[in-house]
Write a protein of this length. Sequence first.
Length: 520
Amino acid sequence: MNTPATPSAVPDSWRTFGCGPVAEPEFLLIHRAIEVRAATHPQHVAARFQGQSVTYGELNRQANRLARLLLSHGVAPGDHVALFVERSIPMLVGMLATLKVGAAYIPQHVGITPATQLSHIMSVASTQVVLTLSTLAHGIPLTDGQHCIHLDTFIDSPGSAADDVNVGEDISLPDALCFVLFTSGTTGQPNGVRVTQRNVCNILLTSPGNLGMGPGMNVGQILNIAFDMAAWEILGCLAHGATLLIRGKDIAETAEQCDVLIATPSILATLDPERCSQVKVVALAGEPCPQPLADRWASFCDFYNACGPTETTIVNTMQHYRGTGPLTIGKPTPNNTVYVLDETGQLCAPGEQGEMWAGGDCVTAGYLGNPALTAERYRLDPFLGQGRMMFRTRDLGRWTADGELEHLGRVDDQVKVRGFRVELDSVSTVLESAPGCERAVTLKFDNRHLVAFVFPASTDIDVARRRCEERLAYYCVPSMILPVDDIPLTSRGKVDKRLLLERAQAYQTQLVAATQEAGQ
């Protein structure tokens, strides 16, 4: 893409469509918000997990004690601390203590993340201290000179009166890193996205990103802790004084007790809304949301459809969907901007498709140890100027007439079939409009064919195919439409496309074998 438009060529209309509202977060450091909750409501329950609980006061005391230990091991502002754990209360202590000393935590779920990937992360981040649990320590590939602290053992040791004194009150700055999130690594070595305190406070401490969370509310912690949306659950909850319900193996058991649920569409689709009557707020991101799913949940709770890659800090657009009208990804969140640009880098008019670039306080500090990739995806923002940066999301979109964004798939999901360009998400949307179809996933099978999977398995395939033939060009109609009892998910709660393609290939092999047998 060419260099975006210069400010002199920018029409005033982008300010109407592309600029989120201006808002001032109450805190510039997310852990300060948590410390205030601990000071004002020390006896309120901060988190529950498998019959255990911790109050805000105790959480803060334990974090202060651990922060002093981190300082004694030489952890300094700007350092990276590996948080290689699994969902637990000690995990929260590790997060908060790391932030108190001005360092950034790097969350990974041991047991899900391969040891080779943990080694890669520690090498890139130059981590000297690893926080983990005693039951997981054997799975962490430590090198000489790295120190491992077992959080559960540490918490069980006695404290002192000094634990009531907050550590590092003048250490952190808003532009200091808060955490580093590594991509899943499905297309190669994972890259670490550097997320600042300013980034995090901007989305979690302003509306609508705060999701109305507050004391007396239960917030679910159901996502993989290495997934950026888990920070929305955890830090968002604790910064607002709500109670975090950390799930065990059963997501539904936790979800049914929650007031606020943050999830991917794939995870939400596994839950029975009739058993989740306590839920008051749902926020979805990470994947396109099927209209039937949004309609079902919006009928009884506040429903937010959101979008944004890790590099734009969890989400940078949100729609409060009320069950009527088009489902979109909404408008830019406070202090953020979105530009829809054509292939020459010029702003697209409403209704014109282009690629979305994100600007404002959501833009993260680039990739850890990868300046070439940072230079490729992050550019100077000519619209905001003043040295601000913007990020190329590689999401396709367009503005509606009333200033909301329609998500039109990923640049990566535009495929060539029979020489024609096809947007896979658009095909899935048409399939989901067929009666009885709640979810559809469309994938490129080979250079001439698409394959689609529809859920539930009772979906009428003939009706779904006719719907495609009526609304799509012939080359967009999937050659195979396979009904499925479930849509497999990755560890981050997104559709496992690799596994679905394996199913399609197995189905085709069986079909060919059956045809050959019938012809003999």
